[in-house]
Design a protein around this ligand. Structure first.
Ligand code: G
Ligand code: MN
Length: 237
C-alpha cells in the first residue's frame, strides 16, 4: 500500500552512564536521503497516517534486525496510535518484533505527546494491557507540549524523557536546574527511569550527570545515523 513512498530510518543510541553502555536505540523516520520526518509524512494523507506509521515501524524493525541490533529499541507512537483499537498497533509491533527473533521486553513504546489525550482513563487502561504484554512505556518530550504533570499523574510510565528545551544550557539556567531536579526526585519516588534528551554539550552533560541523571541521548553522545547503529562518540567519564 505504501510501496511507492520512499523512506528509511536513522538510529540514535541511548547511553546508560552507570553501566557505561548503549542500552537502546531510538528509531527515527527519515527520507531516503536522510531528510527529516516531515518530508516523508507530507506525502501521506491524514487518513493514512496511522497505517503508514505502522508500516514504517515494521520496516524499521526489519532494518534493525539487518543491522544486528541486540539491545532495546525505542519506537515513537502518537497517543492515537497507542489507543487505536485497544492497542492494536503496539500489539502488531510486538508480533513483528517476535517474528524477527526479538523479545517483547526489548520494545520501549515512546508516547510522543503532540496531541491532547481525550479519554485519559481509556488511555491508561490500554497502557495496562500493553504493559501486561511486557513492553516498557516512556513519555517522550516530557515538559513540552501536552506531556506534563497531569499525564504523569494519570499514567505511571517506566521512563521519562526530559524534553531538550529543559536541557538546553541547563548548566547556567537556574530555573531549568530546579525543574529538572524536581522531576528527578518525583521519578525516584515513583520508580521511574529518567533520560535527558537532546544533550548537545559537555557542560550540559556534566551538569546532568552531577544531578544524577543516568540515561542520555543527544548529539553530545551521538548523532542519529542513517541505516546504521552508531556508537557514542564522546568520553562520558
Ligand atoms: O520527538 P522526539 O524526541 O522523538 O524527536 C527526536 C528528534 O530530535 C529527532 O529528529 C532527532 O534527530 C533530534 N535530536 C536528537 N538529538 C538531538 C540533539 O542533541 N539536538 C537536537 N537539536 N536535536 C536532536
Ligand atoms: Mn522519541
Amino acid at each position: 500500500m505504501f510501496e511507492n513512498i520512499e523512506f528509511s530510518h536513522a538510529f540514535q543510541p541511548i547511553l546508560d552512564i552507570e553501566q557505561d553502555m548503549v542500552v537502546s536505540y531510538e528509531v527515527l523516520l527519515r527520507g531516503l536521503n536522510n531528510e527529516p520526518p516531515e518530508f516523508v509524512l507530507s506525502q501521506i494523507s491524514k487518513s493514512e497516517l496511522l497505517p503508514f506509521d505502522q508500516y514504517s515501524r515494521e520496516r524499521a524493525l526489519e532494518t534493525a534486525a539487518r543491522l544486528g541490533l541486540d539491545c532495546d529499541i525505542n519506537m515513537n507512537f502518537t497517543p492515537s496510535a497507542v489507543q487505536y483499537d485497544e492497542g492494536y498497533f503496539v500489539i502488531a509491533t510486538i508480533e513483528k518484533l517476535k517474528s524477527l527473533g526479538y523479545k517483547t521486553r526489548q520494545l520501549v513504546v515512546e508516547i510522543t505527546e503532540s496531541e491532547l489525550i481525550h479519554d485519559i482513563e481509556n488511555f491508561a487502561d490500554v497502557l495496562d494491557i500493553l504493559r501486561s504484554h511486557g513492553v516498557a512505556i516512556a513519555i517522550d518530550d516530557f515538559g513540552a507540549g501536552y506531556a506534563g504533570l497531569n499525564m504523569l499523574a494519570e499514567i505511571q510510565p517506566d521512563l521519562i524523557k526530559l524534553d531538550m528545551s529543559l536541557i538546553r544550557g541547563i548548566e547556567k539556567h537556574g530555573p531549568r536546574q530546579s525543574i529538572t531536579r524536581a522531576i528527578y526526585s518525583v521519578c525516584l519516588d515513583l520508580g521511574i527511569d529518567i533520560l535527558a534528551e537532546g544533550v548537545e554539550t559537555e557542560e550540559e552533560f556534566n551538569y546532568l550527570s552531577g544531578a544524577g541523571i543516568p540515561l542520555y541521548q543527544g548529539y553530545f553522545v551521538a548523532q542519529p545515523a542513517f541505516e546504521y547503529l552508531p556508537q557514542p562518540t564522546t568520553r562520558t567519564r
